[in-house]
Design a protein around this ligand. Sequence first.
Ligand SMILES: [Zn+2]
Length: 218
Amino acid sequence: MQQIIKTSGPVKLIEYKRYHPTYRYDDLEDDPEQIRLAIRQHCLEEQSYLCAYCCRAIGVKDRDCMNEHIQPRQKYPQYSLDMNNIIASCTTKGCCDDAKDNDEIAITPLSERCENELKFNLSGTIKAITPDAQQTVQVLKLGDSLQQNQKLVDMRKQAIASFLFTQNIEPNDPIDIEDDELLKLLIEELKDAPHGKLTPFAPVIINALKTWVEGNKV
Ligand SMILES: [Zn+2]
């Protein structure tokens, strides 16, 4: 996950809510003004075109992402048009929105805890270091083991390995722990988002690099 900083939301939605203060997300069924689309586009930009949960690239194809309610809209209809409750998720079967369904998660992408309590290994697996993090990984099927979500673990492993390769860093050869400057440079490179789009899995790669360096210091 990457921590998402929410902004006020698309103008279309703000105006719609002004005229329809009691409406819920489900009232957008016909949606002639394409408000759902405006919400999705707004979220994509906030998230630099990465899934809020797994960080794969989204917004590339028509149906590869959707508006996801952090607190399920069936249980909390009163928050269903609140932009602080809507993020863009991938539509991958078996993880993220699809796995979560109407469940709730203890750690959300709006909290900095999502970057502190989930640690990524170079092998692509996640280490959930608190019970809340474990619950969240379990619900979203984010791959704390190969058994839980091998495809996603492999995608992360590949993304980390490709990045290290482009930087001429050998994964079996720890980054020089004295060299915090190098880590800073690598992170800067990964935070670069040309045309507002981050490298797929960039927040995961940053997290894995930090975890790797911390591990070497112990
Ligand atoms: Zn996802």
